[in-house]
Design a protein around this ligand. Structure first.
Ligand code: FAD
Length: 400
């Protein structure tokens, strides 16, 4: 099967490559390559965001009048692909790619005028308050309550696994405004500044020793009703719309190809019985299997792209992309850990967390392997767990 992009699209690709060559510094690429968590470091992501904002390329999917590029679906795919190939830091999607589409569809004119420019400039940094202890996959069972009092809601409850809440100055939250109806019917979508009295953020340190997620507590937090997005008790519709963007497509295969090339380079340096590990048949076969799966992932991505170009939704295609890309990424991180062997034991994050400041003793390429291996396990859960995605594929693709 031969897939070709049009001459116009290839010219666009060349323009994107030239921009990255000029504006994405070696220093930023090196910092991005050290990322071991789901999101890039906030400071790095915001630095890259400012560069893209200046060029007008930060938010391709936004309406042009708000800063979007007006690119075709294919151009957006090419941009994502080239970003991954160039090793650019990912932009933090919570505001730009998750909340923003919700505001375009359900926000008031005042909300759009206030929040969107601040999101773009980096003045506002968002986090997502959906999950609660006991309400993850079964999200509609959430209990955080919002009770009307004058012009405000009084919010009480807790959100968990809140990524980057320690940096965020705003949180978009699902709250229960009517406990007396079926669960989906009593939910409201609220925008909450994190500096309001009664909000507390506790860190959750993962087994990868990183601080990426948190638990957020709300104790009688007074939130103006004007911070509601969409009608009261219709937040479930808003919430589901946002999830389409959280799980939406992209060009994961391009990033996985970069990771596979990196794995092969490591396996060429590490020895097995005196010969490079990459020459060992078992290891080669394991890498080949991941390469073949990456090829098939790219085809699924291109099929999704074709659907989007025709104005259709990717449907269960985004569940296939999510599960396949997560499994390949986990496979790569597992082989990398096998390749570096004992350098995987005392991994750098744990050492620094325990207060030691000794420099890393292994080869450069081994430094991030263990935290990345551990962090990659979380991908089976966040953004809709692997089993939940399989349920969707079983229903929609297989008709079971
Ligand atoms: C690193 C990380 C970052 C996150 N960031 C955020 C964030 O910023 N904001 C936010 O709101 N949430 C966030 N989450 C939470 C995430 O969305 C939930 O963890 C996820 O929805 C699963 O919910 P749960 O943890 O309650 O697990 P559960 O829903 O209790 O699931 C436990 C297990 O049961 C399985 N299971 C559940 N239901 C079914 C079913 N119907 N059929 C088959 N199997 C099932 C699951 O697949 C899983 O293996 C994050 C999670 C992680 C790990």
């Amino acid at each position: 099967m031969k897939i070709e992009f049009s001459a116009e699209d290839e010219a666009f690709r060349a323009e994107v490559q030239a921009f990255f060559a000029e504006h994405l510094s070696e220093e930023m690429r090196a910092e991005a390559a050290k990322t071991t968590t789901v999101f890039a470091e906030k400071e790095l992501a915001m630095r890259w965001q400012a560069i893209l904002v200046e060029k007008g390329w930060a938010v391709p999917s936004w309406p042009v009048e708000h800063g979007g590029t007006g690119w075709s679906v294919t151009q957006k795919y090419i941009f994502n692909e080239e970003s991954a190939k160039a090793g650019a830091p990912g932009l933090i999607p919570l505001g730009l790619r998750m909340l923003a589409p919700v505001l375009f569809k359900y926000g008031t004119d005042e909300q759009k005028a206030y929040y969107l420019p601040r999101m773009l400039s980096g003045e506002h940094y968002w986090c997502q308050g959906y999950s609660e202890p006991g309400s993850g996959s079964d999200l509609s069972s959430l209990k955080t309550s919002a009770v009307k009092d004058g012009d405000d809601y009084i919010v009480n409850g807790t959100k968990i696994w809140t990524t980057h809440a320690q940096f965020a100055d705003h949180i978009f939250c699902l709250v229960r405004t009517d406990p007396g109806v079926r669960p989906q019917a009593g939910i409201t979508f609220l925008l909450i500044p994190m500096n309001l009295p009664g909000i507390k953020v506790d860190p959750i340190i993962t087994m990868a020793a990183d601080h990426e997620v948190n638990q957020v507590f709300f104790d009688d937090v007074r939130v103006p009703q004007s911070n509601r997005v969409g009608p009261e008790n219709e937040g479930w519709t808003v919430a589901k719309y946002l999830l389409e963007f959280e799980r939406g497509g992209g060009a994961a295969s391009a990033g996985l190809r970069v990771a596979l090339a990196n794995l092969k380079a490591v396996a060429s340096k590490e020895l097995d019985g005196g010969a490079p590990l990459i020459e060992q048949p078992g290891f080669r076969a394991a890498i080949s299997e991941l390469e073949i799966r990456t090829e098939s992932l790219e085809l699924i991505e291109l099929m999704n792209l074709a659907r989007l170009s025709r104005g259709e939704s990717p449907g269960a295609g985004s569940s296939l992309v999510k599960n396949t890309s997560v499994e390949i990424n986990q496979g790569i991180s597992t082989l990398k850990l096998e390749a570096i062997q004992y350098y995987g034991a005392p991994h750098a994050n744990l050492i620094s967390l325990n207060g030691y400041t000794d420099p890393w003793v292994g080869p450069d390429y081994a430094e991030t392997a263990t935290p990345r291996y551990l962090n990659a396990r979380a991908a089976s859960i966040f953004g809709g767990s692997k089993e939940v995605q399989k349920n969707i594929v079983a229903k929609v693709v297989l008709g079971l």
